[in-house]
Design a protein around this ligand. Structure first.
Ligand SMILES: [Fe+2]
Ligand SMILES: [Fe+2]
Length: 137
């Protein structure tokens, strides 16, 4: 799960690096949730959650800047999808993580997996050829 493959590449180096980091955060969360013990993971989960939020904001900003700069036609659609991701991550409360760790983390993993499938591998993939045709790699 959350293992990077070459076929995920959008052929723009910096963006691939950022996507890899998002995979990495998903993978960290997965490792924590998969631990078969009853240790309280509140601090670790909250830390990954805030790192995921921080990094996603950075990555989306980076992508949107390039889209604007190169006049990419699906810029608005991307902005909306990005905002939804941040909204979802932000909506997870400390109380929820505290009271229902397994449930919240499992849902979050499913959400990230779904995001990778539907955003990175579909929406982001759509700009690959456009950016490349503008000389951006
Ligand atoms: Fe992306
Ligand atoms: Fe995107």
């Amino acid at each position: 799960m959350f293992k990077w493959k070459d076929e995920f590449s959008v052929n723009v180096e910096k963006i691939d690096e950022q996507h890899k980091e998002l995979f990495n955060l998903g993978s960290k969360l997965y490792t924590i949730v998969s631990a078969k013990d009853n240790v309280d993971r509140y601090d670790e989960i909250m830390e990954i959650l805030s790192e995921l939020r921080r990094y996603a904001i950075y990555h989306f900003g980076y992508e949107e800047e390039l889209m604007k700069q190169y006049g990419y036609e699906n810029y608005q659609k991307q902005k909306i999808e990005h905002a939804k991701f941040i909204e979802k991550i932000t909506s997870i409360s400390q109380e929820e993580v505290d009271e229902k760790q397994k449930k919240v983390s499992t849902e979050l993993i499913a959400f990230i997996a779904n995001w990778i499938e539907n955003h990175i591998l579909k929406s982001d993939m759509e700009y690959k050829e456009y950016f490349n045709s503008k000389g951006l790699y």
